[in-house]
Design a protein around this ligand. Structure first.
Ligand SMILES: [Zn+2]
Length: 131
């Protein structure tokens, strides 16, 4: 028998805790364990970008490497076929490529991606204005 308050153990036959006067129980409830702290696992990476353009992937990848951000690119195998010239023409039929980073790097990664697309936007606007 156990006291649910002080977790003291008693021999069978005793109904109440001597110290707390609490009613004893047959089994103590599980104590919730604090979450284990450690280095973030690979699975804890979160997606920050969804890209369908091989060139965007290459540029952002280079920028992230330059900033020292750990990243993981998913669905890249398919895209690399295009990069290597196995699939010609448009890549519209190819699914998106996802770039994952660690949760602690999300802000920095999003900034890099935003800056990249801002530059893309600026250059395309200049082209459109001439027409
Ligand atoms: Zn007790």
């Amino acid at each position: 028998m156990f006291c649910p308050k002080c977790r003291g153990e008693y021999v069978p036959g005793i109904a109440f805790c001597k110290r707390c006067k609490a009613e004893l129980v047959n089994e103590l409830p599980e104590i919730p364990q604090p979450p284990k702290l450690g280095p973030p696992a690979f699975a804890e990476m979160v997606p920050v970008a969804e890209l369908t353009n091989q060139f965007d992937v290459a540029m952002i990848r280079g920028a992230m490497e330059g900033a020292g951000i750990d990243f993981n690119i998913r669905n890249e195998d398919l895209q690399s076929l295009i990069g290597a010239g196995f699939i010609g023409g448009t890549n519209a039929a190819v699914g998106p490529v996802y770039i994952d980073v660690r949760e602690t790097d999300v802000t920095a990664a999003q900034q890099i991606i935003q800056e990249y697309f801002d530059r893309q936007k600026d250059s395309s606007e200049q082209t459109e204005k001439s027409g």
